[in-house]
Write a protein that binds this ligand. Structure first.
Ligand code: ADP
Ligand code: MG
Ligand code: MG
Ligand code: MG
Length: 417
């Protein structure tokens, strides 16, 4: 298998092609010809199969040499599977129990065999259905603090981090997708853009003529592309999280690269704000006031948990190249280290708000939309929800240096809603 040229799997060929792998037959049991194979990929890029045997099930995820959402007119390297695999192994180490277990990786076939998360469902779907998941704020706040701190020069040996950064520097094409689709295309009439027309035409024109917003988007893009602070997940929206009442797992880190700490945090909180604004489009007869309140509280708690855990790691695991203890604690000056921490958290806060704002725009004006808004059938109602998110997004991106607290921002969100 290792030496064969890449070939896309399908439900008919999978058993025969992968049946010889220990990773599969020890977990699935029985004859490969008896395995039940379903393709369940609902993402934009890759194939995902559930493979069931008498004794168990696994997931097989395979990259395609093009963007699934667009087709073979848009080639995309298979190597993203390599970056996904390496990101998953690092996340598993840095934040135990937060990602699916990996059973096998085949670089040439661009495929990863991993734990089938069941009965987990995609967080985005749960939120659209109005479900309040009690663990997400804590679990994802911890996930972000642990992966982002432990992958940075705050925790790692400089030589190890630089070697790792060199490895992930190859993820050029997926970074390019973010650089263009997130930070640039939404702000001009790029060919792949789409929006809810004609309802949003006026607001879209306003945003594309908004000089302050475009300057901020480009400043954020500059930091995204040049601030290699830590290994980020790179695509941490609510469609990359799988949940049950008692468990939260993060999937799909193929966009991983060394970027700003604030990026994952901003993207995740942005998706909660979008879920908040979409709730009126899903509520039907039953008002979703509790759900909307829940989402705002998740935003507050996620940031709190992130910040507290980051501070805890700063105090207990700051053994990397930066802010060496000999400068502070070892001289009897723990407050010096706290001052440096405050500066860093402040910078993460400010940029996090900017990334959150831009993410709201690209999900409504760009190529890749999210189901939170897309699944609202009444286009006028949908546009009203989207317009509120666009306005909050603009406010966050442009005023991020002046905003003090999430309570203040959530009050603005509630005011718009
Ligand atoms: P893409 O990169 O194409 O977005 P994802 O990794 O997000 O692919 O997977 C697409 C879908 O496949 C997910 O939304 C989820 O429904 C399902 N899926 C992916 N990985 C797992 C897993 N480990 N366990 C269960 N379902 C999974
Ligand atoms: Mg995905
Ligand atoms: Mg998906
Ligand atoms: Mg993906």
């Amino acid at each position: 298998m290792q030496d064969r040229p890449f070939e896309a799997l399908n439900v008919e060929t999978l058993g025969a092609r992968l049946g010889g792998l220990d990773a599969l037959h020890t977990r699935l049991g029985g004859e490969p010809s008896q395995w039940k194979v379903r393709e369940v990929g609902d993402g934009n890029l890759n194939l995902v199969f559930i493979v069931e045997g008498g004794a168990g099930s696994v997931i097989v995820k395979q990259a395609l040499p093009y963007v699934r959402l667009v087709g073979d007119s848009w080639p995309l390297p298979l190597k993203r599977s390599f970056f996904e695999y390496h990101a998953l192994t690092r996340q598993a180490r840095r934040a135990p129990d937060s990602v699916p277990e990996i059973f096998h990786f085949d670089e040439a076939q661009a495929l990863i065999v991993m734990e089938f998360l069941s009965p987990h469902i995609i967080l985005r779907k749960a939120l659209i259905a109005g479900r309040q998941l009690p663990r997400i704020a804590r679990d994802l706040g911890l996930f972000m603090a642990r992966t982002l701190f432990r992958g940075s020069d705050l925790a790692m040996k400089a030589s190890e981090r630089k070697a790792d950064m060199a490895l992930f520097a190859g993820n050029v094409e997926l970074c390019d997708i973010t650089e263009n689709l997130v930070f640039t295309d939404p702000y001009f009439a790029a060919p792949l853009n789409q929006h809810n027309t004609p309802h949003l035409d006026g607001l879209v024109a306003e945003l594309r003529a908004d000089r302050d917003l475009k300057v901020e988007a480009q400043r954020l893009k500059h930091r995204f592309a040049s601030s290699a602070e830590t290994l980020v997940h790179g695509d941490l929206h609510t469609g990359s999280v799988m949940v049950t009442e008692g468990e939260t797992r993060v999937i799909d880190p193929e966009f991983a690269f060394y970027g700003p700490i604030a990026f994952d945090v901003g993207m995740l909180l942005s998706n909660y704000w979008m879920s908040f604004f979409s709730q009126r489009g899903h509520q039907g007869e039953e008002p979703r006031d509790n759900m909307r309140q829940f989402l705002l509280s998740v935003i507050v708690e996620t940031w709190q948990v992130f910040r507290d855990e980051f501070a805890h790691l700063w105090r207990t695991e700051r053994n990397g190249m930066l802010y060496h203890r000999s400068l502070f604690e070892d001289q009897g000056d723990p407050l010096g280290a706290e001052q440096a921490l405050n500066c860093l958290i402040h910078d993460i806060w400010t940029d996090m708000l900017g990334y959150a704002g831009i993410e709201m725009h690209r999900r409504i004006l760009g190529l890749a939309h999210n189901a939170d808004f897309e699944e609202i059938g009444d286009q006028e109602l949908r546009a009203a929800c989207e317009a509120r998110a666009l306005k909050l997004g603009r406010h966050l991106a442009v005023n991020r240096h002046r905003l003090q607290s999430l309570d203040e921002i959530n009050a603005l969100a509630a005011m718009l809603d």
